[in-house]
Ligand binder design. Structure first.
Ligand code: ADP
Ligand code: ARG
Length: 370
């Protein structure tokens, strides 16, 4: 592949960060490639950026490797540090504007006030479970794409110290992936608590280096509050429970956000809000989802997708991104993460799911009267 020199050419020593490698020429993308990388890496942008490195020495080759190795990517880039968004702005700004509708002059907004959640719980008959997460990374470290083994361990150590101080509903235990038995790991994945492993997009971005070292999951006693450590982002903070009580799930996450923000120095700025490894997750870093049962609507993909796009929500399968549905159950979540507050994005999800349930009911009535 055009960009395979960026990672496979040099083998990183354990404990060291990947090395920056310059690109000789613009990589070629196959005909029909639909990634935002392919769309916005024009000759002009390539020439502007080919010799650029961010403050952590992250190069264009590293930034785009995932999208070059995986031409079926929808986005195709993963940042190496908070500074990647500035150093590579001619490419990153275009991708961000296309995905989120967020322009370079726009300002990120935040509002965690759960009392503004203006909605009743959605029906448990359709809503299997609700999950809301936000992504965060520490300000003083490179992101997972560029982090060294030693730094990753340091992030995990800082996280464990903070987790040990959680009280009340947040109190729980950290489980180290490196010492977890396979059966426990597989059960946690099947129960939708833990991240999967071996994602090819993360692999090509260097995010799976030294796996499973430094990775793990914190789980509270009730299994309603969880934190992933050192997967795609250094932290994915999660609130989840069965049924469709979105307000309860958001309230727990909002409280946790308040606590965690007091003890951690996250990479955050007024323009893009929270810095994330993938540009789809910048801003709030928030993905609010419901596993919703839509066996009839999902038979008509065109209508299903139209309701999704009208409400700015995304359809995923039952086992998360890039997975399939089972039994007509889909993961419906807000697509945008920046330019709108946490409260507004949870409303995006609510509106989308509500519209889908209404359509499902209409189809049930139509079937019943036949
Ligand atoms: P992320 O939400 O962090 O972007 P994924 O899409 O990979 O990542 O989902 C991670 C896990 O969370 C998967 O096991 C997925 O099935 C689970 N999940 C997502 N939404 C829900 C939900 N509403 N209820 C239960 N599990 C969920
Ligand atoms: N890199 C993948 C792609 O471009 C995933 C993008 C969004 N998902 C994510 N987990 N960051 O298709």
């Amino acid at each position: 592949m055009g960009c395979s020199n960026s990672r496979s050419g040099e083998v990183d020593k354990p404990g060291s960060a990947p090395k920056a490698v310059a690109l000789q020429k613009k990589p070629e993308f196959p005909a029909g490639c639909k990634s935002l990388l392919c769309k916005y890496l024009t000759d002009d942008v390539f020439n502007q950026l080919k010799n650029v490195q961010d403050k952590f020495g992250f190069s264009l080759a590293e930034l785009i490797n995932s999208g070059v190795v995986n031409p079926n990517s929808s986005i195709g880039v993963y940042a190496g540090s908070p500074d990647t968004y500035i150093a590579f702005a001619p490419l990153m700004d275009k991708i961000i504007e296309d995905y989120h509708g967020f322009k370079p002059a726009d300002k990120h907004v935040s509002d965690w006030d759960a009392s503004k959640c203006n909605f009743e719980a959605l029906e448990d008959k359709y809503c299997i479970s609700t999950r809301i997460r936000f992504a965060r990374n520490l300000a003083d470290f490179p992101l997972g794409t560029k982090i060294s083994k030693t730094e990753r361990k340091e992030v995990e150590k800082l996280a464990k110290e903070a987790f040990g101080k959680f009280e009340g509903e947040m109190a729980g235990q950290y489980h180290d992936l490196a010492t977890m038995d396979k059966e426990t790991q597989n059960q946690l994945i099947a129960d939708h608590f833990l991240f999967k492993e071996g994602d090819k997009y993360l692999e090509a971005a260097g995010l799976n280096r030294e796996w499973p070292d430094g990775r793990g999951i914190f789980i509270n006693k009730a299994k309603t509050f969880l934190i992933w450590v050192n997967e795609e982002d250094q932290f994915r903070v999660i609130s989840m429970q069965n049924g469709g009580d979105i307000k309860a799930v958001f309230t727990r996450l909002s409280n946790a956000h308040g606590t965690i923000n007091k003890v951690a120095k996250f990479a955050y700025n007024d323009h893009i809000g929270a810095v994330a490894t993938c540009p789809t997750n910048i801003g709030t870093g928030l993905r609010a989802s419901i596993h919703v049962k839509l066996p009839l609507l999902s038979k008509d993909m065109a209508t299903f997708e139209k309701i999704a796009s009208d409400n700015h929500v995304q359809i995923r399968g039952i086992h998360g991104e890039h997975s399939e549905s089972e039994g007509g159950i889909y993961d419906i979540s807000n697509k945008r993460r920046i330019g709108f507050s946490e409260v507004q994005l949870v409303h995006d999800m609510y509106n989308g799911v509500k519209a889908m349930i209404e359509k499902e009911k209409e189809l049930e009535h139509a079937h019943a009267s036949h």
